[in-house]
Structures are given as structure tokens and as C-alpha cells.
Design a protein around this ligand. Structure first.
Ligand code: SAH
Length: 364
């Protein structure tokens, strides 16, 4: 039993089971023992790998997307370039390099703002992005009142969720209690109100909801609506709200128990894009997608970028580049499960990478 489990057992013994969002918040971002607080599990040698760590093309294309959106916004003099959960800083480093070639004035005059819970990753991001003088914000109120270009890759999936279980005519909530040997899942009466408008569900089915994700979607939507700009949320998840248990823990590139050795594995769940889209629309933003990562990257020209990089590549590098391309775009890998949703100021119209029919409210 690790130190976090000891602390959780003591807290649960005293005050009763804790809801999954409380458990996830502690396991991931506890100030001492949280998974992200403790260090860097991202990358080939860590617990899970993400798109920017697979290929430089991912961040470069996001950078070119930002440069293009900035031109379409009328090239405002001062802009906020923002990222939520930048991990090792790889995506933003690749993006800024590409952006600087495409739109030097944008990078020259922009303020780079990062949202990051982990002190270890903050240090890594500060070093990696030093030439762009990144600043950290905890709260969107701290951002300057300027147009914003934002990206969040695999950020929403790490924010805490609640799991509601259909029981009879009402609901129970999945929570973490103390068993003889280990922490264990229990069901309790929902301690917070169950939102209305959930789809019909059968006995025992689980609906995942995430007030934290909705809060973030709302904050971003409010900023781009009030000050201009656009944001990309990239994550695994579903386009329509549907029941299902998608909570998972990853360690060493494999699945791990959700309740054993808390704080030592990454815990995530699939993102309900429809819920986030509804929140963003309610707050005035225009929503496009989500569309598959494959489609998005192909439309941004990943094939042309690959061809360009292959020209100067050694055979080894060429193999890595093509393997990365396939992993990012293959429907069997990340091409289909990973989705890209854009929130933008209504006057921007259809954002780069989308077609008009993919506007959320008229979408499928
Ligand atoms: N975007 C990066 C990393 C994804 S992992 C990539 O694609 O490689 C999730 C990131 O979100 C990490 O940087 C993690 O520390 C950060 N994070 C997780 N929960 C957070 C929270 N509640 N607040 C701020 N940052 C958080």
C-alpha cells in the first residue's frame, strides 16, 4: 500500500466513500503524491504516448493552423497563444517554430500562456519554451483581454468525472470505499444534484459527467466570444452523449488497476464532446466538429509536410516519419478515436480544417 492509499483509507474511514471526481483529483493532482505532480509519465519511456511525442508534424500543423486563423482574424497586433496541459512542451515548441516561419509578427507580439497543474512539468515547459517567455495562469480571468489561439491535446480526458448509475427510477453514484484488502468501488446516493436531460438508460448503466470539463469549455468559450479567437480541443472520446464506463488507468503503456497504487498511474476517461459543445454554444461560441483526427490532419496538409520532411531524411528518420504519420492518421490507431473540436468567435465563420456542414448545431 502506498502513502496515498494510506491517506485515502484514513479519510474514507473517517468521512465515508469519496466520489470518483474527488478520487481522480487526488490521484492525479494532489500537491504531494499526485500522478502529474510527481513527474513525467509522457513519452516512449513513460506510461503513455501522445500525438506530439509521436511526430513533430502534429505540433507543426497546429502552429500553421494558429497562423492561418490569426490571418483570418485580421492579424490582431496582440494575441494570446495558450495551451492547456502542455505536458513536456513538445507540441507548443513545434507549433511556435512553424508559426514563426508562417507569421513572424504573430509570434513576435504574442503572449504565451500555459495552464499546468504539475510543478515538474511547469519546469520542463519553462525550459523547453524559454525563448518565448511562457507565463502560467491558474484562472482564465488572469488572461489579457486579447484574442486567443488555444490548443488542448489530451487535457480534458485527465479532468475528473463523476459516474452516475441508473438504479430503478433514480440514480446512484459510483464512489471509492475501503475494502478489506484494497480500495473498492461502492455505490452511494448522489451527493450532488443529477443534471437533467440525460438520455434514457437501462438499469445499471453508467453515465459519466464532468463538471470540471464543462467549466473549462465554458471558460474558453467565454474568452473567445468576448475577445475573439479560436480553440482546438483534441482528445479521445465520443461525439454524442452516451452511457458507458470509460474510466481507465495506464502505466507503462498498459492498462492498470484504477484503485491500486493511486498516484502511480494516469487515470483518464473518454471525453463527451457533445456536453462540452453544448456548454460552449450556450456561452456564445461557435462550435465545429468534433471531426476525426485523421480528417483534420489530412485537411491541414500532413501528407505534404511528410513528403517535404522525407526529402532530406536518412532511411532511419524516414521510417520514423512514416510510422508517425500512420499512427496519427490510421483509423485503427489514433485517426478515428481521437477527435478535434473547435470553439471560435462567431465572426470567424468556418475555421481552417472544417467545412460549413461540420458546424456543431447542424452536424450529425
Ligand atoms: N498535451 C500534452 C500532455 C497531455 S497529459 C501532450 O499532448 O503530450 C495531460 C496534461 O495536463 C499534463 O501536462 C498534466 O500535468 C496536465 N493536467 C492534468 N490535470 C490538470 C489540471 N487539473 N490542471 C492543469 N493541468 C492539468
Amino acid at each position: 500500500m502506498n502513502r496515498m492509499e494510506e491517506r485515502l483509507r484514513a479519510a474514507i474511514a473517517k468521512d465515508g466513500p469519496i466520489t470518483l471526481d474527488q478520487y481522480m483529483a487526488v490521484a492525479l493532482t494532489d500537491q504531494e503524491d499526485g500522478y502529474y505532480t510527481r513527474g513525467d509519465g509522457i513519452g516512449a519511456t513513460g506510461d503513455f504516448i501522445t500525438a506530439p511525442e509521436i511526430s513533430q508534424m502534429f505540433g507543426e500543423l497546429i502552429g500553421l493552423w494558429m497562423a492561418d486563423m490569426w490571418q483570418r482574424m485580421g492579424a490582431p497586433k496582440e494575441t494570446v497563444i495558450a495551451e492547456l496541459g502542455p505536458g513536456r512542451g513538445t507540441l507548443m515548441a513545434d507549433a511556435l517554430r512553424a508559426m514563426r516561419r508562417a507569421a513572424p509578427d504573430l509570434v513576435q507580439n504574442a503572449s504565451l500562456r500555459l495552464v499546468e497543474a504539475s510543478p515538474v512539468l511547469r519546469r520542463m515547459q519553462t525550459e523547453r519554451l524559454a525563448e518565448f517567455s511562457p507565463g502560467f495562469v491558474d484562472d482564465f480571468d488572469e488572461l489579457p483581454d486579447q484574442p486567443m489561439l488555444l490548443v488542448a491535446n489530451e487535457f480534458l480526458d485527465a479532468l475528473p468525472i463523476r459516474q452516475l448509475v441508473k438504479r430503478g427510477k433514480g440514480w446512484a453514484e459510483r464512489a471509492v470505499g475501503v475494502g478489506a484488502e484494497h480500495l473498492e468501488f461502492v455505490e452511494i446516493d448522489p451527493p450532488m444534484p443529477v443534471p437533467g436531460g440525460l438520455p434514457p438508460m437501462a438499469e445499471g448503466e453508467i453515465m459519466e459527467i464532468s463538471p470540471s470539463r464543462l467549466f473549462v469549455a465554458g471558460e474558453v468559450a467565454e474568452h473567445v466570444t468576448a475577445h475573439g479567437g479560436a480553440a482546438l480541443f483534441i482528445d479521445y472520446g465520443h461525439g454524442l452523449t452516451a452511457p458507458g464506463d470509460t474510466l481507465q488507468a495506464m502505466k507503462g503503456h498498459g492498462f492498470h488497476s484504477l484503485l491500486e497504487t493511486p498516484g502511480e498511474a494516469d487515470i483518464t476517461s473518454h471525453v463527451d464532446f457533445a456536453a462540452a459543445a453544448d456548454m460552449a454554444e450556450d456561452l456564445g461560441a461557435t462550435v465545429h466538429g468534433p471531426i476525426g483526427q485523421r480528417q483534420f490532419l489530412l485537411r491541414l496538409g500532413i501528407e505534404a509536410r511528410l513528403a517535404q520532411l522525407l526529402k532530406g531524411a536518412t532511411p532511419d528518420a524516414a521510417e520514423g516519419l512514416t510510422a508517425g504519420f500512420r499512427r496519427l492518421t490510421d483509423p485503427q490507431h489514433m485517426g478515428h478515436l481521437f477527435k478535434v473540436m473547435c470553439l471560435s468567435h462567431p465572426e470567424i465563420g468556418t475555421p481552417t480544417g472544417y467545412v460549413a456542414e461540420e458546424a456543431y448545431s447542424t452536424g450529425p
